[in-house]
Design a protein around this ligand. Structure first.
Ligand code: FES
Ligand code: FE
Length: 454
């Protein structure tokens, strides 16, 4: 079993505000006109337009879907051949379906005849063929078109299969990407995160329970709320009762959530816990991507609170041990694949967070609670017990995020200064603007080439 002391990736370290400002200027000098005087100030929340404008929303989803691997669900949601569900992102609906060989395919939910959707958006089911209700064109589970009626003699059936969407499955987690050309490098995404994920063996697990929240707020406000715990003391009595108070100041929203001076206040306890855990042969570490990174990943293993084995209300176990754990180490693993997809794994159960932008002022959050595949409900785990802390916390988060959105829509709103416990948001807003700028300049370059060719 691998062991490690704390590791912070240095390739893309989180930048201090002053440094981030310089880096941003240097890397984005060519595309400033696209942002004009709306370029956000470093260390402050974004200007109002970013949270309320549908034009910005369209730019966001285009960039985000093309540049990020979107975590859509766990494989246990489609256990056998023909099981499928759809996932909607921006203007795209994707069908994720298991074929006869047990592999998972992803197709754009668009009939190749005249473009009708095949499966109702937001639905799921089991089928032998994907059939369009409009004129009955039908596709097998690998997207191949079956012979349609009354087509011209020279119609090429093979050229009219469903359009594939980029898909990767890792450790039981299904990811899709909506890039028109090559997708981002999945191996790079997973590389540093592997030792964290390997501990929990999510491929040997199942979804015990899922819950959905629709939040009337821009997706970036939801992300920002998720990336800080400055609000926890006021908003989350249940969550703060379960977690060490000093830990919440330092790592309240995971790796990189507070600035270095604040994080250092927890260093002695962190080192002590890491030594105990490593002595048991269990991996510990920290990974934090910076403002110029491709994916804005973060990962860390952090103790919950003295005497707490798992993230339940009283700290007692919520289910049977998972993955490589043979005993409880009191730690919790956080893995963010990007700003909208996070796994929080205890030794005995894990949570999968999936934020999806629905509209400028609407975001969907789906959380799935994951347990060992052989765990039996009522015997090994109880849904109420494993879901209580976060179900309560996310109800509270919905309220405060919606209130945040309402206030931002006022003519009196001005970007505010982030606290030292909101370092990860300061980084996120800079990352977001860097990534958007990079994507739009690359897309513009692509278009130039296309125009030149024709
Ligand atoms: Fe699907 Fe015509 S649009 S069969
Ligand atoms: Fe919160």
């Amino acid at each position: 079993m691998p062991t490690s002391t704390t590791t912070i990736t240095t390739a893309a370290k989180p930048a201090k505000p002053a440094k981030a400002a310089q880096a941003t200027k240097a890397t984005t000098a060519t595309a400033n006109s696209e942002f004009g005087n709306l370029r956000p100030a470093v260390g402050r929340s974004l200007p109002q337009e970013y949270y309320v404008s549908s034009e910005w929303f369209q730019r966001d989803v285009k960039m985000y879907g093309a540049t990020q691997w979107l975590l859509v669900d766990h494989v246990s949601k489609i256990p056998s051949a023909g099981d499928w569900f759809t996932y909607e992102f921006g203007s795209n609906s994707i069908i994720v379906v298991r074929n006869k060989e047990g592999e998972i395919n992803a197709f754009y939910n668009v009939c190749r005849h005249r473009g009708s959707i095949l499966c109702a958006e937001g639905s799921a089911g089991k089928t032998k063929t994907l059939t369009c209700a409009y004129h009955s064109w039908s596709y097998d589970l690998d997207g191949n078109l079956r012979p349609p009626r009354s087509m011209p003699e020279d119609f090429d059936k093979k050229a009219n299969g469903l359009v594939r969407c980029h898909i990767r499955v890792y450790d039981g987690l299904i990811f899709i990407n909506l890039a028109k050309g090559n997708p981002p490098d999945f191996d790079v995404l997973i590389g540093d995160l592997k030792p964290f994920l390997d501990l929990h063996e999510l491929q040997n697990a199942k979804v015990a329970y899922s819950k959905k929240w629709i939040i009337d707020a821009n997706w970036k406000l939801n992300v920002e709320n998720f990336l800080e715990c400055y609000h926890c003391r006021a908003a989350h009595p249940t969550y703060t009762a379960v977690h060490d108070a000093m830990k919440l100041l330092s790592f309240g929203a995971g790796a990189g959530s507070s600035d270095k001076a604040v994080t250092n206040s927890f260093e002695a306890r962190m080192k002590e816990w890491e030594a105990e855990t490593n002595a048991k042969g269990i991996f510990t570490g920290i990974v934090v991507d910076g403002v110029d990174s491709d994916f804005f990943r973060a990962a860390a293993r952090i103790p919950i609170k003295d005497g707490y084995k798992s993230e339940t209300r009283d700290g007692t176990p919520g289910s049977t041990l998972m993955g490589k754990f043979r005993e409880f180490d009191g730690g919790q693993t956080g893995v963010s694949f990007n700003a909208t997809a996070t796994i929080i794994a205890n030794n005995d159960f894990a949570l999968m967070f999936r934020y999806t932008p629905i509209d400028t002022l609407k975001t969907e959050l789906v959380v799935s609670w994951i347990v060992h595949k052989d765990a039996v409900e009522g015997q090994d785990y109880d849904v109420e017990k494993i879901s209580a802390v976060w179900a309560i916390t996310l109800d509270e988060d919905k309220t405060i995020t919606q209130n945040n959105q309402k206030g931002i829509q006022s003519t009196a709103y001005q970007p505010g200064v982030y606290s030292t416990q909101e370092q990860r948001i300061a980084d996120f807003t800079q990352w977001y603007i860097n990534r958007l700028e990079r994507f739009e300049s690359e897309t513009a370059a692509d278009n130039t080439i296309l125009i030149a060719k024709h």
